[in-house]
Ligand binder design. Structure first.
Ligand code: FAD
Length: 401
């Protein structure tokens, strides 16, 4: 899949990243993880704590899939609003999912604190503003469920918003304890720690074939080598759909820009993550070196040429939109991109287990909080692989014959 195009920011922040060899022999292991992006790295992190022989392979260099274009806002609320998840799945399941996302952010923080590589994890609150009248009603419902279930959350009036920010909106939800990080460094940090604990990692190792039997799975590389495994996690990001089509998955195109470093954020209350109720939504965050990331203006196209032909226009438009919010912050785009982005129709990420793929689990952590979702799902998968199950598995499991 031609995942993305443009001038990427995150890889420039870490030029001396660790490198790993290409697989040049036939090997056997307990668990094979296909994909060394942030999802595969999270799986490797959890499985490295067990007494298992774990192998990670990636056809690119580590972190060069969607992880290098991730804008990396870490939020427990997602594209599908909580009250909509309640309508689709019932209150218990919707709240369980939200709590698991909250827990995943806490876990990402803990992992970040114990890594040699600094992932730049920073706690941030989020400002979720109403884009229009419908948004006002939606945020009131959202507030109702969040408050009822013990999440720390405030509803801000137009005046309260204008006291904190240089723009006016009718209503906003202010949530606490979200976060942000550098996804490229986080990816490398997790894998480096897992490698120290014995996980084998191979880059430039493209999986192109498979032989699936009742008690084992063998995957073949483009160079003709084999990897025999007891269990396999396919954490191939949006390219997981090249292994297995999944009806609940939905690919669209997303755009973002990273600006020049700016000198001060006095206008930007606590450098909160900012997003809105419109769909697709615009969002903004800041970085460790004082840049601003602006994303949004998603497009339904699934053709790379079409996606890429719009990058320059979307880049200018994102800056124009930003200037309406913060007219006193002078910015220009230094990095910009267009990328395929995967969501799900029902708003929940999923773990796929299909009869035609015995001993294999698909980690489809699709959605705007992909990094948070993959954290939650890989923790569940660890227990499924080691103990055979997890109490929250049924929430995400898609099992098809
Ligand atoms: C523009 C954009 C903004 C985003 N913003 C956010 C955000 O703010 N917050 C958030 O939480 N999430 C966000 N996401 C989602 C997030 O980027 C993804 O959830 C996350 O990067 C996915 O990581 P991954 O490891 O699943 O995929 P990837 O990083 O793509 O890793 C999968 C890896 O699998 C490898 N692979 C694929 N096929 C094979 C094969 N046949 N053999 C070997 N290896 C293979 C690939 O080379 C790749 O490196 C955003 C996504 C985009 C595109």
């Amino acid at each position: 899949m031609d995942l993305q195009s443009g001038k990427f920011y995150w890889p420039t922040t870490f030029p001396n990243k660790p490198t790993y060899p290409m697989l040049e022999e036939d090997i056997k292991c307990d668990v094979l993880i296909i994909g060394g992006g942030s999802s595969g790295a999270q799986c490797a992190h959890y499985l490295s704590e067990a007494d298992l022989d774990v192998v990670v392979v990636d056809k690119r260099q580590i972190g060069e899939g969607s992880t290098s274009t991730n804008t990396a806002l870490l939020q427990y609320l997602g594209d599908k609003m909580l009250f909509e998840l309640v309508n689709s799945f019932g209150e218990d399941k919707a709240i369980l999912h939200t709590k698991l996302c909250e827990e995943a952010i806490n876990d990402i923080e803990k992992q970040s604190m114990s890594m040699e590589i600094d992932s730049e994890f920073t706690r941030r609150d989020s400002l979720y503003f109403a884009s229009d009248k419908h948004g006002v009603e939606k945020l009131k419902k959202e507030h109702h469920y969040l408050e009822k279930h013990g999440f720390k959350v405030d509803l801000l009036s137009e005046i309260q918003i204008s006291e904190r920010y240089p723009f006016r909106k009718e209503l906003a939800l202010y949530t606490y304890d979200d976060g942000e990080l550098n996804p490229f460094k986080y990816n490398h940090g997790l894998l480096k720690e897992a490698h120290k604990k014995g996980v084998s990692i191979y880059e430039q190792t493209n999986i192109t074939g498979k032989k699936l039997e009742k008690d084992k799975a063998t995957f073949y590389t483009e160079n003709g080598h084999s990897i025999e495994a007891g269990q396999v996690i396919i954490a191939a990001g949006y390219e997981g759909l090249e292994f297995k089509k999944e009806k609940n998955a939905l690919i669209t195109s997303a755009y973002s820009v990273v600006t020049n470093p700016v000198t001060e954020f006095t206008d930007w209350y606590k450098q909160t993550l900012i997003w809105e109720t419109a769909r697709p939504y615009m969002y903004m965050r800041t970085t460790k070196d004082n840049r601003i990331i602006i994303g949004g203006l998603d497009d339904n196209t699934t053709y790379p040429e079409d996606r890429d032909s719009k990058i320059i226009h979307k880049k200018d438009k994102l800056i124009e939109e930003f200037n309406k919010f913060f007219p006193n912050i002078q910015v220009h785009p230094e990095y910009y991109l267009g990328a395929f982005y995967g969501g799900t129709h029902d708003g929940l990420p999923l773990i796929g287990k299909y009869e035609e793929f015995p001993n294999c689990f698909f980690l489809f952590a699709y959605g705007d909080n992909g990094l948070v979702y993959s954290g939650a799902l890989s923790k569940i998968l660890k227990d499924v692989i080691i103990k055979g199950t997890h109490s929250s598995l049924s929430l995400y499991l898609k099992e098809l014959e």
